[in-house]
Design a protein. Structure first.
Length: 129
């Protein structure tokens, strides 16, 4: 059984689930527990280093994953870097989502500009060394 662990702040779309199951042969999708999701979603910008702050996430991954499992990791840049390095050392496969972005700007009657953004999932991609 191949699992994917989700370290990001969104819910998967049906298209993303289908890709994980069909292209990556994932049998189980594992979201972060609420407490760890709060840690991941609220990296304190005041900390000079965050490796210690992320220890509970590393311990959770280590205790629940098997070599070859996927870790979908997106978020605060430094935290992503730490987790990707952890994954490579632990034999896990870190991946990230790629998207197509469409931006539309409209000048309103009062002279202000309204911007709308549409993101569409394209594919998952493995981090490379």
């Amino acid at each position: 059984m191949r699992q994917v662990f989700l370290l990001f702040s969104h819910q998967l779309t049906p298209q993303q689930i289908e890709e994980l199951e069909n292209s990556f042969m994932v049998d189980k999708i594992v979201y972060l527990p609420k407490k760890l999701q709060d840690v991941w979603s609220n990296i304190p910008p005041e900390l000079p280093a965050i490796k210690d702050y992320l220890q509970d996430i590393f311990l959770w991954l280590k205790g629940n994953s098997n070599p070859g499992d996927l870790v979908l990791v997106q978020g605060e840049f430094g935290a992503v870097f730490q987790v990707v390095n952890f994954c490579f050392k632990a034999g896990l496969v870190p991946i990230y989502a790629t998207t197509k972005r469409e931006v539309a700007e409209e000048i309103l009657d009062d002279g202000t500009v309204q911007v709308s953004r549409k993101f569409s999932h394209v594919r998952f991609r493995e981090f490379e060394v």
